[in-house]
Write a protein that binds this ligand. Structure first.
Ligand SMILES: C[S@@+](CC[C@H](N)C(=O)[O-])C[C@H]1O[C@@H](n2cnc3c(N)ncnc32)[C@H](O)[C@@H]1O
Length: 343
């Protein structure tokens, strides 16, 4: 967890100086402007020993943390320990999840992995562990990862005011889906929603916390993700909105109940279109259908698949929007289609 003092913008310089003099300014994070219901504020990042209030301003837990770029690139930390050829292969990016850094290291640097881990930890003194990533596999979307350095692989990541507890070696958390998670948090007011591939609550938790639906039925097949889904429902105090269901959504999804169905899964999502459409109310509703698709087919194939499944159930489709989520692999996009299904 990271702390900050939230202050009126005009107090910014004065409090920043006090934090420097008092040695409690956290220089690894950015000073951020935030807009709250009470107006605009500055958040000055502070260290753990900063106390509970500073100059009468409360110390809060900071959300959506932004780290400052480290003073020098990772390569600089490794100069002298790696050859020029090896330095050229050193990763230039990594993912900070809670207090854990996840990094891909090419096979050629296998023997240097611990040196790289130590260098990363010295760049981010607030982080606890360094984990090497080898990609995601299987229906459960489980990551292949190895703890290189540190004291554990479970963390709590804070995003958009929500807490996501997870073990980074057991469940995935896609950086590329950040905007989609935020978008889902704005939808669903007063609705019944079915989240067919709930994972640890990627979409269900922000929607329940911010969108205020009447009910979300969150289905997850992997018992390890399901355990975190239940924990995250509790951590975010959304027990009265989210009902977790352990099972295969093609069998466990309700029929005729939902105003909205989220299909946040890629690979074989189209196999689940019929149960998704059946989950919607008889009068219809909205589908958020995810697909990984060759770039040249992105505007046609996902729509055609929805129309085919809906047609076979005697339903009509109005495509509202097709959004690009991220580049999935060379020449392949991850897209989401918002479609209204009706009679
Ligand atoms: C990991 S999530 C996708 C990523 C997520 N949308 C994000 O924002 O990062 C997909 C989840 O669907 C689950 N899943 C796969 N097949 C399923 C099925 N038939 N029924 C229910 N859950 C399923 C997987 O176990 C996985 O946890």
């Amino acid at each position: 967890m990271y702390r900050a003092i939230r202050i009126p913008p005009e107090k910014g310089e004065e409090i920043r100086e006090k934090a420097i003099v008092g040695k409690f300014l956290d220089t690894t994070r950015k000073i951020r402007k935030v807009q709250t219901k009470k107006g605009a504020f500055l958040e000055i990042p502070v260290t753990w020993d900063a106390g509970e209030t500073i100059e009468g301003f409360p110390v809060i837990e900071q959300e959506d943390i932004e780290f400052l770029k480290p003073p020098q690139p990772l390569k600089e930390y490794l100069k002298g320990s790696l050859s020029e050829t090896e330095l050229a292969l050193v990763p230039s990016g990594w993912h900070v999840l809670g207090d854990i850094i996840i990094v891909r290291i090419p096979d050629e640097l296998d023997k240097k992995k611990n040196l790289i881990a130590r260098a990363l930890l010295s760049m981010y003194p607030k982080c606890r562990s360094i984990v090497r990533d080898f990609g995601i596999e299987g229906q459960f979307r489980q990551p292949k990862r190895e703890l290189l350095l540190g004291s554990g692989t479970e963390t709590i990541h804070k995003e958009h005011g929500c807490l996501f507890k997870q073990d980074v070696t057991k469940v995935m958390y896609s950086r590329g889906n950040l905007e989609e998670r935020k978008r889902m948090s704005r939808l669903g007011k007063g609705e019944v929603v079915v989240d067919m591939f709930a994972g640890i609550g990627y979409f269900s938790i922000p929607m329940a916390a911010h969108g205020k639906p009447e009910k979300i039925i969150s289905i997850e097949i992997n018992p390890e993700s399901f355990a975190y889904l239940k924990e995250n429902i509790r951590l975010n105090h959304v027990e009265d909105i989210v009902t977790p269901v352990l099972g295969d959504c093609s069998q466990s999804a309700p029929e005729g109940e939902a105003d909205r169905v989220i299909m946040g899964y890629v690979g074989t999502t189209h196999h689940y279109l019929k149960p998704a459409i059946k989950a919607l109310k008889k009068s219809g509703g909205i589908l958020h259908y995810h697909e990984t698709v060759p770039e040249s087919l992105a505007k046609t194939r996902p729509e055609e698949r929805i129309k085919k499944a809906a047609g076979s159930l005697g339903k009509k489709v109005e495509v509202l929007e097709t959004r690009r989520i991220k580049k999935y692999s060379p020449g392949v996009l991850h897209v989401v289609v918002d479609a209204r299904i009706f009679e």
